[in-house]
Design a protein around this ligand. Structure first.
Ligand SMILES: [Zn+2]
Length: 460
């Protein structure tokens, strides 16, 4: 006798399901049953339809299902500089003449963060690491739009006003304020919504934090658990400043202070000597690689050497275009140029953007693959889009040809948060209009008018 179907909250079907599990299973005409926030069953649609009585069905005919993408390093309030910083500078904190983080109000940060979160969601990112000033605003934006997020503060004691002029003025007051902000973030947001929002410590960089401040962050992070997020060897100015301060490379400094370990998620890792690469590898740090930012800055991180040495690689868009598929493609292209050969393939970078990325930021038990027991973070791509045909092994066309804009539905924690390319929990148009208004005011303060007016509409 056949057992009566069990009830589930959501049944999602699809022409192909790329599980990215250890067996690398790809299911044709498959389905996923979701109970509350988690995947309760996955397999052939015909079997799941018999086993489950869903409250709701998403008919994924013509759709391709994948685990949600993991974007391991961003600062969404810095959307304020997007489209400008790429041509006039590098990291905004080091660039004069543009809106600076310390000019933002908390509501400005929230408006910009909503824009960044919306864009990443639109491109299929379900898990986002984000840290900046007003981290509570970043957490609130992720919570409101429905993403999974790891949020940190921006801990530093170098005065940002001096830094934009190339000077390092370490200030106890600046350090204390940034520590307090990160601590308040953790207190208020860590564990929010059954752990959908998690918070960590995030010292900005080895040059913008004094030794004493980095020691204090290590102490606090050990008590907190979780990861420590930072920038490492991002640019020559950082390397020179650390060398001048203590005679060490940035990686050596973090090692000496007890921060270079398998809990560190270090963005960039561009300007590393061979000894630094070995050191980072031995410490098994996670590297958040930003291929598009690297390329636009003119130098590519040695991620394959870092991986060979023992580091774990994750990918990020770092507040450039939030399309992780584009970032995967750039990663391959940049490494092939750097190493002058076919050194990296689609399946590897897709793993970095899903399973390995989730694992590196401490979420490997929760997300990163489509398997029973994991949280239901699923993206549906339009399998009829010309960009995803023809499908042979699937991985190749997804990485080398697809676009984030092929994503039409996103599910996080079993909840549909993007449908038909539109966010379901907020008004997407209002998010864009509000961010434009914030940008217009801040760029005006920097001495530059914007084409989009303060009310968010383009001038006639
Ligand atoms: Zn960054």
């Amino acid at each position: 006798m056949t057992a009566a179907p069990r009830s589930c909250d959501l049944l999602v079907t699809g022409d192909l399901i790329f599980t990215l599990d250890a067996a690398d299973r790809v299911l044709g005409d498959g389905a996923i049953a979701i109970v509350v926030r988690a995947i309760a069953d996955i397999g052939p649609a015909v079997q799941l339809r018999a086993r489950w009585a869903p409250a709701r069905v998403i008919d994924g005919r013509g759709r391709l299902l994948l685990p949600g993408l993991v974007n391991a390093h961003n600062h969404t309030p810095l959307m304020i500089t997007r489209g400008m910083i790429e041509d006039i500078g590098f990291a905004p904190m080091y660039t004069p003449g543009i809106p600076q983080g310390h000019w933002l109000s908390e509501e400005d940060a929230y408006a910009l963060s909503c824009l960044g979160m919306y864009e990443m969601l639109r491109g299929g990112c379900t898990t986002v690491v984000d840290y900046y000033r007003y981290p509570g605003a970043c957490a609130r934006a992720a919570a409101d739009l429905g993403l999974r997020a790891v949020i940190g503060g921006r801990v530093h004691d170098a005065d940002p006003a001096a830094l934009a002029d190339g000077r390092y003025d370490y200030s106890l007051a600046v350090g204390a304020a940034s520590l307090r902000e990160n601590a308040e973030l953790i207190e208020r947001w860590n564990g929010h919504d059954e752990g959908r929002i998690r918070c960590d410590w995030a010292p900005h960089a080895p040059d913008t934090c004094s030794d004493d401040l980095l020691r204090e962050v290590r102490r606090l992070a050990e008590a907190h658990g979780g990861n420590v997020h930072t920038h490492l060897a991002q640019l020559p100015q950082e390397v020179a400043a650390v060398e001048a301060r203590c005679g060490l490379t940035p990686a050596q400094l973090l090692d000496r202070l007890g921060l270079l370990n398998d809990r560190l998620v270090a963005a960039h890792c561009i300007h590393l000597e061979a000894a630094d690469i070995a050191l980072c590898g031995r410490a098994a740090i996670a590297v958040a690689h930003a291929p598009i930012g690297n390329a636009k800055g003119g130098r590519i991180a040695p991620i394959l050497e870092l991986q060979d040495a023992g580091a774990r690689i994750t990918l990020c868009t770092d507040t450039m275009s939030g399309d992780m598929i584009e970032a995967m493609r750039w990663t391959i292209a940049m490494q092939r140029i750097r190493r002058q050969g076919n050194v990296l393939d689609a399946r590897t970078v897709l793993d970095w953007a899903t399973r390995a990325g989730a694992s590196a930021i401490g979420l490997g038990d929760l997300v990163g693959t489509l398997e029973i027991g994991k949280r239901a973070d699923i993206i549906l791509l339009d399998g009829r889009a010309p960009t995803v045909a023809p499908i042979v092994d699937g991985y190749g066309v997804l990485v080398h040809s697809a676009s984030g804009h092929d994503v039409d539905t996103v599910i996080v924690d079993g909840r549909v948060v993007l449908a038909g390319g539109r966010p379901t929990l907020v008004d997407g148009d209002a998010v864009v209009v509000r961010a434009q208004a914030v940008a217009a005011a801040l760029w005006q303060r920097a001495g530059r008018s914007t084409l989009g007016a303060k009310d968010g509409m383009r001038d006639a």
